[in-house]
Ligand binder design. Structure first.
Ligand code: ZN
Ligand code: ZN
Ligand code: ZN
Length: 558
């Protein structure tokens, strides 16, 4: 008791909250009551900073992350227990980091005003406790899953049932905010702020053990056909200067496990770092530590490609393909634009033409682009035809075929058919990085002879790819495991076909393939994409990857 202010505060608290000072002796373990209690122990316990900072904070977070995982499938009685405990003690009685048998302190009350949030209720007056190790300084708090609750920050505990409710809300594209509003209205109780609720829920997700077995029933871990699309909901404003340059030795590969563990630790840390303190666990967007997500069974190795820095590094000038796609995309956007910050003089088409002229330089382009989309480039999403997500890349800069190529080249088996709205750019970029990635015919369905182009333009040409339906009896060398074929095509989905100017692009029309026509015929692929996504739940383990969610997440602290 060194500080006057602390003394005054305690004196005041003693009058208003006497139970805060009640010492709780635990009786669960007979051994703990045998150990001698030293005289100066009280001082230590009360003075140990909580929540901790620095090394102890890191030690605590790492311990929780490694040892307190919540199982993927929760038994029903843990999901909605009849009763929740009112006193929540850490389960540890001995320090897990020190030599065996190093006892922890007695339980110290953190608060007696914690709340357990459930789908129907807010249970108040819950007490949470911690125990300290005198030897190493480690602090243990209540972090069990077996009582049906997840301890977020010792003050807010969220029932597993509520976490699953929020997960399902997000998976059906309902914002956490509105889900909470519904709960509030129904229960008549006040819930914490939307932001805090989201953080509490994400910390539950960060601790949840993931099976990583999720994949599409029909496509398994290695889809033979994929659709690539840009999800623009994830776009936010990020000044160019806020992203540091990668170290010179960076080769464009990021360890997926390390990166995603860091993201999980950040989510957990929100429960131990007060919001007014700077959080050392925040993962700042950077070119060298920013991994796309590709499922563990789908990716070739833990090292995933992210070569986005090539878009901005002067040493790596963008290829023609890279420039064109974004330009095409931009024009497309402009034509659809209803209102914008850009001065509307003359018709929309005039504006597009004017911009096209002005966009000769990358710099002007970037400027215009960031005005329209914000500085980041949205989410590059790779799905199978059924709408299941196999790869996601959160672009820090304007999208280009590079982003999709990063995902494709991180996969163990390159899909046979890639549908994209700038197929030509994808094929030329990918083949520029690794010759013959898309082949035969540079990923076109037929050699680009005059006759073939004519046939395709007139709608006469047909290219059957029977192995999409039935695996080749004699698989090609290095053939795809599902189809047995080693052919790789970059094709246009129907919707964006009109965007192409090169007549040879007609040899990339998905309609030429009878096996693929069935599901792209009636609707445009983009509609199909969004429709499917609504029906198909996101992979269970990567709910935090939902663009809407991540958007909320990252706008909150950037
Ligand atoms: Zn210890
Ligand atoms: Zn599928
Ligand atoms: Zn979404």
């Amino acid at each position: 008791m060194s500080c006057v202010h602390k003394n005054v505060a305690k004196w005041h608290l003693f009058h208003t909250e006497a139970n805060l000072f009640r010492r709780v002796r635990t009786v669960k373990d007979p051994e703990s009551s045998h150990r001698p209690i030293e005289e100066d122990e009280d001082e230590d316990e009360e003075n140990a900073q909580y929540p901790p900072e620095g090394n102890i904070l890191r030690q605590m977070l790492t311990y929780i992350f490694e040892h307190k995982k919540i199982p993927t499938v929760l038994p029903p009685d843990k999901l909605r227990p009849d009763k929740y405990p009112e006193q929540l003690f850490p389960s540890e009685l001995f320090c897990m980091e020190c030599p065996a048998g190093t006892p922890l302190s007695e339980a110290v009350l953190i608060t007696s005003k914690a709340k357990i949030l459930t789908v129907t209720n807010v249970i108040e007056g819950i007490s949470t406790y911690r125990r300290n190790c005198h030897r190493c300084g480690m602090i243990y708090r209540y972090q069990e899953w077996t009582d049906g609750v997840h301890n977020f920050d010792d003050h807010i505990l969220i029932s597993h049932h509520l976490s699953l409710y929020l997960r399902n809300s997000l998976q059906t594209h309902q914002a956490v905010g509105s889900a909470i509003e519904v709960l509030q209205e129904t229960s008549g109780k006040q819930f914490p702020s939307k932001q805090r609720m989201l953080q509490a829920y994400l910390s539950f997700e960060a601790l949840t053990e993931h099976t990583y077995n999720y994949s599409c029933v029909s496509c398994d871990h290695h889809p033979s056909t994929v659709i690539m699309d840009l999800h623009k909901k994830g776009v936010f404003n990020m000044p160019v200067s806020s992203i540091e340059d990668p170290p010179p030795e960076f080769q464009g590969r990021v360890s997926a496990t390390t990166f995603w563990d860091m993201v999980s630790l950040e989510m957990l840390s929100r429960g131990l770092v007060p919001s007014n303190r700077s959080n050392p666990f925040v993962v700042p967007p950077s070119f060298h530590n920013w991994a796309p997500w590709v499922g563990p069974h789908t990716r070739a190795s833990d090292d995933i490609l992210n070569t986005e820095y090539c878009k901005v590094m002067p040493a790596h000038p963008p290829t023609g393909g890279e420039f064109n796609i974004t330009e095409d995309r931009l024009i497309d956007e402009l034509l659809k634009l209803k209102t914008s910050g850009i001065d509307h003089r003359g018709s929309r088409m005039d504006l597009v033409l004017r911009l096209q002229k002005e966009m000769k330089s990358r710099a002007t382009y970037d400027k215009v682009f960031s005005k329209i989309w914000g500085a980041s480039g949205g989410w590059a999403v790779v799905t199978c035809p059924c709408g299941i997500i196999y790869g996601v890349k959160f672009n820090l800069r304007a999208e280009s075929p590079r982003d999709f190529t990063d995902i494709l080249m991180s996969m163990a088996h390159l899909p046979n058919v890639c549908l994209y709205d700038f197929a030509r750019g994808l094929a030329s970029h990918a083949n520029g990085r690794q010759p013959l990635t898309f082949s035969p015919n540079e990923g076109r369905l037929l050699p680009s002879t005059e006759e073939n182009v004519k046939g395709a333009l007139e709608g006469r040409a047909r290219v059957s790819l029977p192995w999409l339906l039935t695996k080749k009896a004699v698989p090609d060398k290095d053939g795809h495991p599902v189809t047995g074929s080693s052919e790789h095509y970059a094709l246009y989905d129907r919707f964006h076909e009109s965007n192409t100017k090169d007549p040879r692009d007609s040899l990339r029309k998905v309609e030429l393939v009878p096996e693929l026509r069935g599901w792209v015929n009636s609707q445009c692929a983009e509609q199909l994409f969004s429709g499917m996504r609504k029906k198909q739940p996101l992979p269970q383990h990567d709910v935090s990857l939902d663009p809407c969610l991540f958007n909320e997440e990252y706008t909150s602290h950037i």
